[in-house]
Design a protein around this ligand. Structure first.
Ligand SMILES: O=C(O)CCC(=O)C(=O)O
Length: 241
Protein backbone atom coordinates (compact mmCIF):
# COMPACT_ATOMS: atom_id res chain seq x y z
CA UNK A 1 0.00 0.00 0.00
CA UNK A 2 1.10 3.59 -0.45
CA UNK A 3 2.47 5.24 2.67
CA UNK A 4 1.34 8.49 4.27
CA UNK A 5 4.03 10.59 2.57
CA UNK A 6 3.13 9.21 -0.84
CA UNK A 7 -0.57 9.87 -0.27
CA UNK A 8 0.22 13.41 0.88
CA UNK A 9 2.39 14.04 -2.18
CA UNK A 10 -0.32 12.71 -4.51
CA UNK A 11 -2.88 14.98 -2.86
CA UNK A 12 -0.67 18.08 -2.94
CA UNK A 13 1.47 17.60 -6.06
CA UNK A 14 -0.74 15.26 -8.05
CA UNK A 15 1.88 12.56 -8.62
CA UNK A 16 4.17 10.00 -7.07
CA UNK A 17 7.10 8.09 -8.53
CA UNK A 18 7.56 4.42 -7.74
CA UNK A 19 11.17 3.47 -8.52
CA UNK A 20 11.98 -0.09 -9.62
CA UNK A 21 8.41 -1.26 -9.12
CA UNK A 22 8.93 -4.14 -11.54
CA UNK A 23 11.99 -6.23 -12.29
CA UNK A 24 13.74 -6.23 -15.67
CA UNK A 25 12.42 -9.78 -16.22
CA UNK A 26 8.82 -8.75 -15.57
CA UNK A 27 9.16 -5.78 -17.92
CA UNK A 28 10.85 -7.85 -20.63
CA UNK A 29 8.00 -10.39 -20.55
CA UNK A 30 5.39 -7.62 -20.76
CA UNK A 31 7.24 -5.73 -23.48
CA UNK A 32 7.51 -8.84 -25.63
CA UNK A 33 3.71 -9.04 -25.72
CA UNK A 34 3.16 -5.33 -26.21
CA UNK A 35 5.72 -5.24 -29.05
CA UNK A 36 3.55 -7.71 -30.99
CA UNK A 37 0.48 -5.48 -30.66
CA UNK A 38 2.45 -2.32 -31.44
CA UNK A 39 3.94 -3.92 -34.52
CA UNK A 40 0.49 -4.93 -35.80
CA UNK A 41 -1.06 -1.52 -35.21
CA UNK A 42 2.01 0.28 -36.63
CA UNK A 43 1.66 -1.84 -39.80
CA UNK A 44 -1.94 -0.59 -40.13
CA UNK A 45 -0.86 2.94 -39.34
CA UNK A 46 1.72 3.13 -42.12
CA UNK A 47 -1.05 2.44 -44.64
CA UNK A 48 -2.93 5.60 -43.64
CA UNK A 49 -0.04 7.60 -42.18
CA UNK A 50 -2.22 8.93 -39.40
CA UNK A 51 -4.98 7.59 -37.12
CA UNK A 52 -6.33 9.81 -34.37
CA UNK A 53 -3.29 11.01 -32.43
CA UNK A 54 -1.01 8.28 -33.80
CA UNK A 55 1.37 9.12 -36.63
CA UNK A 56 3.23 6.42 -38.53
CA UNK A 57 6.91 6.17 -37.68
CA UNK A 58 6.59 8.90 -35.05
CA UNK A 59 4.22 8.01 -32.24
CA UNK A 60 1.91 5.04 -31.92
CA UNK A 61 -0.86 4.68 -29.33
CA UNK A 62 -2.03 1.06 -29.27
CA UNK A 63 -5.16 0.99 -27.17
CA UNK A 64 -7.01 -1.46 -24.94
CA UNK A 65 -4.23 -4.02 -24.81
CA UNK A 66 -5.95 -5.78 -21.91
CA UNK A 67 -8.74 -6.78 -24.29
CA UNK A 68 -6.29 -8.29 -26.76
CA UNK A 69 -3.96 -10.26 -24.52
CA UNK A 70 -4.90 -12.02 -21.27
CA UNK A 71 -1.33 -11.82 -19.95
CA UNK A 72 -1.48 -8.03 -20.24
CA UNK A 73 -4.89 -8.00 -18.51
CA UNK A 74 -3.38 -10.08 -15.70
CA UNK A 75 -0.42 -7.69 -15.46
CA UNK A 76 -2.75 -4.69 -15.12
CA UNK A 77 -4.87 -6.51 -12.50
CA UNK A 78 -2.04 -7.75 -10.28
CA UNK A 79 -1.77 -7.20 -6.55
CA UNK A 80 0.75 -4.33 -6.83
CA UNK A 81 -1.71 -2.38 -8.97
CA UNK A 82 -4.53 -3.24 -6.56
CA UNK A 83 -2.48 -1.91 -3.63
CA UNK A 84 -1.58 1.34 -5.40
CA UNK A 85 -5.01 2.09 -6.82
CA UNK A 86 -7.12 1.16 -3.79
CA UNK A 87 -4.88 3.48 -1.73
CA UNK A 88 -5.89 6.33 -4.04
CA UNK A 89 -9.42 5.44 -5.14
CA UNK A 90 -10.97 3.35 -2.40
CA UNK A 91 -12.00 -0.30 -2.29
CA UNK A 92 -13.67 -0.86 -5.69
CA UNK A 93 -11.43 -0.21 -8.68
CA UNK A 94 -11.73 -0.85 -12.41
CA UNK A 95 -9.17 -0.64 -15.19
CA UNK A 96 -10.60 2.37 -17.02
CA UNK A 97 -8.24 2.32 -20.03
CA UNK A 98 -4.85 0.99 -21.07
CA UNK A 99 -2.53 1.70 -23.98
CA UNK A 100 1.07 1.55 -25.05
CA UNK A 101 2.79 4.66 -26.35
CA UNK A 102 5.78 3.98 -28.57
CA UNK A 103 7.62 7.13 -29.53
CA UNK A 104 9.94 6.53 -32.47
CA UNK A 105 13.32 8.20 -32.92
CA UNK A 106 11.80 10.31 -35.69
CA UNK A 107 9.23 11.83 -33.33
CA UNK A 108 10.14 15.48 -33.61
CA UNK A 109 7.26 17.19 -31.81
CA UNK A 110 5.95 17.37 -28.28
CA UNK A 111 2.91 15.35 -27.38
CA UNK A 112 1.28 18.49 -26.01
CA UNK A 113 0.34 19.57 -22.48
CA UNK A 114 -2.98 18.06 -21.50
CA UNK A 115 -5.01 16.57 -18.71
CA UNK A 116 -6.12 13.00 -19.31
CA UNK A 117 -9.66 14.16 -18.56
CA UNK A 118 -9.31 16.30 -21.72
CA UNK A 119 -9.79 13.18 -23.85
CA UNK A 120 -13.10 11.95 -22.37
CA UNK A 121 -15.43 13.17 -19.63
CA UNK A 122 -15.76 10.92 -16.60
CA UNK A 123 -17.93 10.93 -13.51
CA UNK A 124 -16.38 10.95 -10.98
CA UNK A 125 -13.80 13.14 -12.62
CA UNK A 126 -10.75 11.79 -10.81
CA UNK A 127 -9.03 8.69 -12.07
CA UNK A 128 -5.44 7.54 -11.77
CA UNK A 129 -2.90 7.28 -14.59
CA UNK A 130 0.07 4.92 -14.20
CA UNK A 131 2.84 5.49 -16.79
CA UNK A 132 5.22 2.53 -16.71
CA UNK A 133 8.65 2.69 -18.35
CA UNK A 134 9.31 -0.35 -20.56
CA UNK A 135 12.77 1.07 -21.35
CA UNK A 136 14.61 3.86 -19.57
CA UNK A 137 12.62 7.03 -20.30
CA UNK A 138 14.99 10.01 -20.48
CA UNK A 139 14.92 13.68 -21.39
CA UNK A 140 16.73 12.69 -24.59
CA UNK A 141 14.22 10.07 -25.69
CA UNK A 142 11.04 11.93 -24.76
CA UNK A 143 10.02 11.21 -21.19
CA UNK A 144 6.92 12.63 -19.54
CA UNK A 145 7.00 16.18 -18.13
CA UNK A 146 4.51 17.42 -15.54
CA UNK A 147 3.34 20.58 -13.84
CA UNK A 148 3.30 19.50 -10.18
CA UNK A 149 0.14 20.69 -8.40
CA UNK A 150 -1.70 21.58 -11.62
CA UNK A 151 -4.48 19.08 -10.84
CA UNK A 152 -5.69 21.60 -8.24
CA UNK A 153 -6.82 23.89 -11.08
CA UNK A 154 -9.63 21.47 -11.88
CA UNK A 155 -10.65 20.75 -15.45
CA UNK A 156 -9.22 23.22 -17.95
CA UNK A 157 -10.48 23.76 -21.51
CA UNK A 158 -8.52 21.88 -24.19
CA UNK A 159 -7.98 22.92 -27.79
CA UNK A 160 -7.62 20.36 -30.58
CA UNK A 161 -4.48 20.16 -32.66
CA UNK A 162 -3.28 17.57 -35.17
CA UNK A 163 -0.95 16.08 -32.56
CA UNK A 164 -3.38 15.97 -29.65
CA UNK A 165 -5.47 18.06 -27.29
CA UNK A 166 -3.75 20.92 -25.49
CA UNK A 167 -4.62 22.76 -22.29
CA UNK A 168 -1.48 24.80 -21.56
CA UNK A 169 0.21 27.23 -23.97
CA UNK A 170 2.61 29.05 -21.63
CA UNK A 171 6.38 28.74 -21.52
CA UNK A 172 6.82 27.02 -18.14
CA UNK A 173 8.64 23.83 -19.19
CA UNK A 174 7.47 21.94 -16.09
CA UNK A 175 9.37 19.13 -14.44
CA UNK A 176 10.89 16.23 -16.34
CA UNK A 177 10.07 12.75 -15.06
CA UNK A 178 12.86 10.48 -16.29
CA UNK A 179 12.19 6.89 -15.29
CA UNK A 180 14.34 3.80 -15.24
CA UNK A 181 12.93 0.70 -16.90
CA UNK A 182 10.41 -0.85 -14.47
CA UNK A 183 9.73 2.43 -12.64
CA UNK A 184 6.34 4.09 -12.83
CA UNK A 185 4.87 7.55 -12.34
CA UNK A 186 1.36 7.58 -10.91
CA UNK A 187 -0.61 10.78 -11.44
CA UNK A 188 -4.01 12.42 -11.06
CA UNK A 189 -6.06 12.52 -14.27
CA UNK A 190 -6.24 16.33 -14.00
CA UNK A 191 -2.45 16.79 -13.79
CA UNK A 192 -0.99 18.72 -16.76
CA UNK A 193 1.56 16.56 -18.58
CA UNK A 194 3.25 16.26 -21.95
CA UNK A 195 6.12 14.37 -23.53
CA UNK A 196 8.95 15.85 -25.53
CA UNK A 197 10.53 14.73 -28.85
CA UNK A 198 12.58 11.54 -29.03
CA UNK A 199 16.08 12.67 -30.00
CA UNK A 200 17.67 9.26 -29.40
CA UNK A 201 18.05 6.50 -31.97
CA UNK A 202 15.78 3.95 -30.26
CA UNK A 203 12.04 3.76 -29.60
CA UNK A 204 10.85 5.12 -26.25
CA UNK A 205 8.31 2.61 -24.92
CA UNK A 206 5.68 3.27 -22.26
CA UNK A 207 2.67 1.32 -21.05
CA UNK A 208 -0.18 3.33 -19.52
CA UNK A 209 -2.75 1.83 -17.17
CA UNK A 210 -5.57 4.05 -15.95
CA UNK A 211 -7.91 3.17 -13.11
CA UNK A 212 -11.21 4.61 -11.93
CA UNK A 213 -13.67 3.75 -9.22
CA UNK A 214 -15.88 0.89 -10.34
CA UNK A 215 -19.01 2.35 -11.96
CA UNK A 216 -17.36 5.49 -13.39
CA UNK A 217 -19.40 6.70 -16.34
CA UNK A 218 -19.49 9.19 -19.16
CA UNK A 219 -21.66 12.06 -17.88
CA UNK A 220 -22.63 13.07 -21.44
CA UNK A 221 -23.94 9.67 -22.56
CA UNK A 222 -24.60 8.08 -19.17
CA UNK A 223 -22.70 4.95 -20.29
CA UNK A 224 -20.61 3.19 -17.66
CA UNK A 225 -17.03 2.74 -18.85
CA UNK A 226 -16.32 -0.89 -19.50
CA UNK A 227 -12.92 -1.02 -21.18
CA UNK A 228 -11.19 -3.24 -18.66
CA UNK A 229 -11.79 -5.54 -15.72
CA UNK A 230 -12.70 -4.70 -12.15
CA UNK A 231 -9.39 -5.31 -10.36
CA UNK A 232 -10.48 -4.75 -6.75
CA UNK A 233 -13.68 -5.26 -4.82
CA UNK A 234 -13.99 -4.30 -1.16
CA UNK A 235 -10.26 -3.62 -1.15
CA UNK A 236 -9.28 -7.11 -2.31
CA UNK A 237 -7.91 -8.25 -5.66
CA UNK A 238 -10.73 -9.40 -7.89
CA UNK A 239 -10.04 -11.55 -10.91
CA UNK A 240 -13.10 -13.71 -11.25
CA UNK A 241 -13.95 -12.68 -14.84
O1 LIG B 1 3.76 8.60 -23.52
C1 LIG B 1 3.70 9.71 -24.03
O2 LIG B 1 4.58 10.15 -24.76
C2 LIG B 1 2.54 10.62 -23.74
C3 LIG B 1 1.34 9.85 -23.35
C4 LIG B 1 0.28 10.66 -22.69
O3 LIG B 1 0.53 11.70 -22.14
C5 LIG B 1 -1.07 10.16 -22.71
O4 LIG B 1 -1.34 9.15 -23.36
O5 LIG B 1 -1.92 10.80 -22.06
Amino acid sequence: MLNENQLKQYEQEGYIILESLFSAEEIDALTKRIDILDEASEAELVKSGHAGISTAKKINFTVLLNQKDDAIKTFASQQKMVDITTSLLGPDVKLYWDQSVYKRPEADRDFPWHQDNGYAPTQPEHYVTCWLALEDATIENGCIWIHPGSHKQGFVEHRDSDVGKQCYFGDDPGMAVPLKKGSMVVFHSLLFHRSTPNRSNTTRKGYIMQYSVDGAFNPVTGAVYNNGPVIALEGKAYSNQ
